[in-house]
Design a binder for this molecule. Structure first.
Ligand code: AMP
Ligand code: MG
Length: 408
């Protein structure tokens, strides 16, 4: 058996970062930038008002209170999007809406809440003194030309995309989104929606792995269920390598398995067949076919899921240029005895998290067997039980957080 970290390190030392692509903002969510982004236009592009109210000369409002208001003549109205045509002269005000350009002459905005209308006489009653600059958002006040917005290696979230758009750019340069082939193998597998014969089971791994690939931010390509025919499997794997950036298969990688995919992969790809010192998900095949990484995950559904989490996900994130690839590990407290037997492996138990004051409690979500996927569905994390006897109620236990994005 090889330690978990060794398997992870060997994979990460092998998988390449994908090349750069220019993508539209609509396709860029979750991708990683490759250059520092600086403002090429001022944001905002012109001085404007941050509130609905009246553009005034601050000096004209000196001493204004609710009891001693000041009256100004309203000479124009400026909704957002309209260019000012008249300046604000002494004793004058312009009705102005949030985002509208500050008109010449005015040096402050009085909030509508601090005014009263004398509409029919074209006069506004100002009930509070304004200081110069009040509620005026200056041109370049968010970003001036040349100001850094965010550095290379940023993972584009919704706000990043908004910033890029505000700089006037319809596209952004990023590490390309990987296309990932997903295939399940096993003669016993039947997709949901088709009748089951004796000895057959549902192909639960393919929808699950396709979702995991999508959740990682990759494009999913469905390669179906591999059949037990050497020529067909060979052709399918070759096609996946030719059209995709990575490949995830489930099943047929355990010791003593004579699945056709194992025979074909051994023949056409450079594969490692590992026994990783973990439970579940001990067997793992990893290799390269024409430069395309292949993750041969075990067939038991819980093993498949956890194997993806531990090996395929960090590797795909690395291919995408993500600076952080591993889920956070948080200190928690066992809500009940979590016993195990010493056997040289790290156990990863499916657990739910519960906040109790400043403590985080963990409890197993069900039977800890590698075929019981329902316990995985209920889990927020994986309790890490190092080789030994496990932990007793109230003892500390580390949890790998499946509910949080990578932090290291
Ligand atoms: P294998 O890794 O191929 O030896 O399969 C281990 C166990 O996982 C067997 O019980 C298989 O029937 C089951 N299995 C394999 N592939 C899948 C799949 N795609 N969906 C659900 N169960 C599977
Ligand atoms: Mg099998």
């Amino acid at each position: 058996m090889i330690p978990l970290e060794e398997a992870q390190n060997r994979i990460l030392a092998t998988v390449p970062r994908l090349p750069v692509a220019t993508v539209s903002l609509a396709d860029a969510l979750g991708l990683v930038t490759v250059e520092d982004l600086a403002a090429t236009e001022p944001i905002p592009p012109f001085a404007n008002t941050g509130v609905d109210g009246y553009a005034v000369r601050a000096a004209d409002t000196a001493g204004a209170t609710a009891e001693t208001p000041v009256r100004l003549r309203v000479v124009d109205e400026l909704p957002a999007g309209k260019a000012p045509t008249v300046p604000v002269g002494p004793g004058e005000a312009i009705r102005i809406m949030t985002g509208a350009p500050a008109p010449d002459g005015a040096d402050a905005i009085v909030m509508v809440e601090d005014t009263a209308d004398e509409a029919d006489r074209g006069v506004v009653v100002i009930r509070r003194e304004a200081r110069p600059g009040d509620h005026v958002r200056l041109a370049g006040g968010d970003l001036a030309v040349g100001d850094p917005a965010f550095p290379a290696g940023s993972v584009l979230g919704p706000a990043h995309l908004g910033v890029v758009a505000s700089l006037g750019q319809p596209t952004v340069d990023v590490v390309r989104r990987p296309r990932v082939a997903v295939m399940s193998t096993g003669d016993e597998l039947v997709p949901p929606g088709e009748p089951l014969s004796v000895g057959q089971i549902r192909d639960s791994n393919r929808p699950m792995l396709m979702a995991l690939v999508a959740q990682t931010g990759c494009e999913v390509v469905d390669f179906g269920i591999g059949v037990d025919d050497e020529a067909v499997i060979t052709e399918r794997l070759e096609k996946a390598a030719a059209t995709c950036d990575a490949m995830v298969t489930s099943g047929g990688v355990s010791m003593g398995d004579y699945d056709m995919v194992k025979l074909v992969l051994s023949r056409i790809a450079e594969m490692e067949w590992w026994q990783v010192a973990i439970k579940p998900a001990k067997p793992l095949a990893f290799g390269m076919l024409h430069g395309v990484p292949i993750f041969g995950l075990p067939g038991n559904p819980v093993s498949s899921h956890i194997s993806f989490e531990l090996f395929a996900r960090p590797a795909l994130l690395q291919m995408m240029g993500h600076p952080r690839r591993f889920r956070p590990v948080t200190a928690a407290v066992a809500e009940h005895d979590m016993r195990r037997r010493p056997d040289g492996k790290l156990y990863l138990d499916r657990v739910a998290l519960r906040r109790d004051g400043d403590r985080l409690l963990v409890a197993r979500t069900g039977v800890q067997a590698s075929n019981v996927l329902s316990a995985m569905a209920l889990a927020d994390g994986l309790a890490l039980l190092p080789d030994g006897e496990g932990v007793a109620t109230g003892e500390p236990v580390d949890v790998m957080r499946l509910d949080l994005p990578a932090d290291h």
